[in-house]
Design a protein around this ligand. Structure first.
Ligand code: SAM
Length: 257
């Protein structure tokens, strides 16, 4: 196994989808944090149109559904995730008002000023925070909300090792104040920002990966790319443990002006 770590973007998407499909969540978060973010949103009714972008298998979507009464469309690029998502809605008897569809966040199938809430946990990085909040703005009604969790720096300065890692993975990682400024420029009132607690990463994201990695390696025995991918995930988890005071996920809640 080489000591050179690849960027996650260099791996085959199917491999990544297979790896994460066995997990309840595909990014850091928790039901309590989704509910906390929801508590800042005050315009929702039975008629509300809610969209969850980059929903994965729907860990957070089902929490939104159980704590709101509107209709939810959830979108993801992965058909593996969307299939699991729609099985989950049936199991929870939410299929009448929650629908998972295949699609891309850079080509959303909505009308201008149609939506009451755009949700996106740990996914906007796929097109970049600034591009996403600007492009999605037109789909929201006036006074409607966005709620987005996004990798952010907690400090102005940080050790070189973690700075280089993130600049390779996601160069748009930035400080909370810079992200808030981007929201203001994009036409949102910043309603709230809060940092996700560490357990959202350690217990909810990295811990379930430990047993998933064993199963994944058994299934892909002898597959060097799979081994390298697991090695990369382990490296990322070690970096989080070492440098968690410098970065994490932050929820950004904004209201369209
Ligand atoms: N929101 C989920 C969660 O927190 O568990 C999933 C987060 S996961 C880190 C990122 C998700 O973005 C994946 O489900 C991936 O398939 C999806 N994704 C990647 N590119 C996308 C795109 N262009 N449009 C929609 N979804 C995309």
């Amino acid at each position: 196994m080489s000591n050179e770590y690849k960027s996650i973007h260099e791996f085959d998407l199917r491999l990544i989808y297979e790896y994460f499909s066995t997990m309840e969540r595909q990014g850091p978060g928790s039901p309590e944090i989704t509910i906390k973010a929801l508590s800042f949103i005050d315009n929702l009714t039975n008629e509300s149109k809610i969209v969850d972008i980059g929903c994965g298998t729907g860990g957070q979507t089902m929490v939104i559904a159980n704590n709101t009464s509107g209709n939810i469309t959830a979108i993801d690029l992965s058909s593996i995730f969307i299939d699991i998502f729609n099985i989950n809605t049936q199991k929870l008897n939410l299929q009448d008002r929650v629908n998972g569809i295949l699609g891309s966040m850079d080509n959303l199938p909505f009308q201008n000023e149609e939506l009451d809430l755009i949700w996106s946990e740990g996914s906007i990085y796929n097109i970049g925070f600034e591009r996403g909040i600007n492009e999605w703005h037109k789909f929201l009604k006036k006074g409607a909300f966005v709620a987005i969790s996004e990798a952010s720096w907690f400090t102005q300065e940080r050790p070189v090792e973690i700075d280089e890692f993130w600049n390779r993975e996601y160069p748009e990682i930035d400080t909370i104040s810079n992200k808030v400024t981007q929201m203001e420029k994009a036409g949102y009132i910043p309603i709230a920002t809060f940092v996700l607690p560490e357990y959202c990463w350690t217990e909810n994201f990295y811990a379930p990966q430990v047993s998933a990695q064993e199963k994944f390696l058994q299934k892909n025995v002898g597959n060097k790319t799979a081994e390298e991918f697991v090695e990369n995930q382990r490296h990322e988890a070690k970096l989080y443990k070492k440098y968690k005071e410098f970065y994490g996920y932050v929820f950004y809640i904004g209201k369209k002006i």
